[in-house]
Write a protein that binds this ligand. Structure first.
Ligand code: FAD
Ligand code: NAI
Length: 477
């Protein structure tokens, strides 16, 4: 039967499209249903490619280039007169990158013979040997597909701030924050999380005065405390972000003069500020609306995520769920790993995701990255550990690059020396963290890294020296 598939994936983001491709590689007949519309057309890749990881990194690069041209080039003897930023051109470049990558996913579907449906997928009924899935097609039509296995990969959407209406003009979520046509003179950001810091920095580097309003008293609570403290110092001193923690937003009113925000500060004092644009980035919530989860008895957990076990199995036979729509970090690479692992499990293989070694990266300047346990978590768990750290200020390559801010820190088991966590803030640590993830996955000790030859001069020497510092035998400090 034409519309009978071994595997139907609902959602074409990093979780869904990777699951679909891996399942096709394993010999299954696969379909992927995705609802994303961009410029009136289907656009595979989900949040990540359309309005997340990829466009945000494109803008980060543009803003860093602009900032370097204005503030760093002169030190290299490179003179620029009349430096300008053409926001329309910057946005066009970003849109071009998104176009290419979404077309890339489309190409991979074709290459792997994944059938694509464009529209909203929902469970119709349980049938013998599987599930009937309805597709409410984007063109107004409808299709029914039969699936032996279903993988739900419907992702997430921005959490709403009560009282703030997102219009993506004055009050923006990530979509509007990535699409501004001009640099706002005054930018407010609600939430000092990953999006707030990344996109707040973009617009700051392009010229906005940026105020970040964070509800929690601490800054970057998920990161290692030492790194978070260093980050706050750098983002305030160098980037120039005005970061206020412990605030309580009481009112958001968008009008002709901008967006007025009333809040109480950490001391409980009433404050108000007016911004030309406001970005609301206070987390994301799983997308389950439209799936007809209730109709077929697909269980959700207390926070609205599709409930799954450690292997991404839901409560329904043959139904799996991966990515942002299930527990765990909302990261594209975590979604991808789960997608591939589920396809392998359906094939009777032993797909595996190690949640202890999922790296985190925050693409600020300097970048922040970590894998494994933080120092505060080890303390709370009563684990005996040894710490070793090394600063980028003592590294020749960092000096040549012109960015010596930050450090790398290793946390290793006091008895066995096994690496328990690695934390970094500094230039290109998004790349350096991979070594730590590999080491942890192989159960390495800090001494293993300390005894591996690292190229000179390279930023990776900071990782090497930090591992040596666990035994208090760093050389260059
Ligand atoms: P999604 O990417 O959200 O994809 C879900 C897809 O399912 C969407 O296309 C949606 O339209 C579709 N869908 C939903 N319901 C249905 C339905 N019923 N029928 C059919 N289709 C449906 N992560 C990182 O790891 N690194 C980063 O640098 C990073 N940067 C980010 C920057 C921003 C601004 C944002 C917002 C997020 C960022 N993320 C980043 C997070 C990352 O985008 C997500 O973790 C990732 O996209 C999750 O993948 P997913 O496949 O689970 O869901
Ligand atoms: P987040 O969870 O990172 O941060 C949200 C922040 O908003 C938190 O600090 C929270 O305390 C604060 N907050 C919540 N309610 C608030 C309120 N009413 N007033 C003020 N502050 C409030 O979420 P964010 O930044 O929206 O990003 C969503 C997710 O997308 C991230 O958690 C991450 O999983 C993913 N992402 C990943 C990136 C990366 O890997 N580099 C980049 C961007 C997003």
């Amino acid at each position: 039967m034409a519309n009978q598939f071994d595997v139907v994936v609902i959602g074409g983001g990093p979780g869904g499209y990777v699951a679909a491709i891996r399942a096709a590689q394993l010999g299954f007949k696969v379909a992927c249903i995705d609802a994303w519309v961009r410029n009136g057309k289907p656009s595979l890749g989900g949040t990540c490619v359309n309005v997340g990881c990829i466009p945000s990194k494109a803008l980060l690069q543009s803003s860093e280039n602009y900032h370097a041209a204005g503030h760093e080039f002169a030190k290299h003897g490179i003179g620029i007169q009349g430096l300008t930023i053409d926001v329309a051109a910057m946005q066009k470049r970003k849109d071009g990158i998104v176009d290419q990558l979404t077309a890339g996913v489309q190409y991979l579907f074709k290459k792997n013979k994944v059938t694509q449906f464009h529209g909203l997928g929902s469970f119709s009924a349980r049938i013998e040997g599987g599930w009937q899935i309805k597709v409410a097609c984007h063109d107004g039509g409808a299709e029914e597909v039969m699936a032996t296995n279903v993988i739900v990969a419907t992702g997430s959407v921005p959490r709403q701030l009560p009282g703030a209406t997102i219009d993506n003009k004055l009050v923006c979520d990530n979509e509007g924050a990535l699409a501004m046509a001009a640099v706002p003179a005054r930018l407010g950001v609600v939430g000092a999380g990953v999006i707030g810091l990344e996109l707040g920095s973009v617009w700051k580097r392009l010229g906005s005065a940026v105020t970040v309003l964070e509800a929690l008293p601490e800054f970057l609570g998920a990161a290692d405390e030492q790194i978070a403290k260093e980050a706050r110092k750098i983002f305030t001193r160098d980037t120039g972000l005005d970061i206020q923690t412990g605030v309580n937003i009481t009112k958001v009113a968008a009008g002709k003069k901008g967006v007025a925000v009333d809040y109480t500060d950490a001391a409980g004092k009433a404050q108000s500020a007016t911004f030309d644009r406001l970005i609301v980035a206070i987390g994301r919530v799983p997308t389950t609306a439209g799936l007809n989860a209730e109709g077929v008895g697909l269980a959700l957990d207390a926070r609205g995520f599709v409930a799954v076990d450690g292997d991404c199995r839901t409560n329904l036979p043959g139904v799996w769920a991966v990515g942002d729509v299930v527990r765990g970090p909302m990261l594209a690479h975590k979604a991808e790993e789960e997608g591939a692992a589920v396809a392998e499990r359906i094939a009777g293989q032993h797909g595996h995701v190690d949640f202890n070694t999922v790296p985190w990266v925050i693409y600020t300047s300097p970048e922040i990255a970590w894998v494994g346990k933080t120092e505060q978590a080890l303390k709370a768990e009563g684990v005996a550990y040894r710490a070793g750290s090394f600063p980028f200020s003592a590294n020749g390559r960092a000096k040549a690059l012109g960015d010596q801010r930050g450090l790398v820190k290793f946390l290793a088991d006091a008895a066995t020396d096994r690496i328990l966590g690695v934390h970094m803030i500094g230039p290109l640590v998004s790349e350096l963290i991979a070594e730590a993830a590999v080491a942890m996955e192989f159960g390495a000790a800090a001494e293993d890294i300390a005894r591996i030859c690292h190229a000179h001069p390279s930023l990776s020497e900071v990782v090497h020296e930090a591992a040596m510092a666990v035994e208090k035998r760093s050389i260059h400090i």
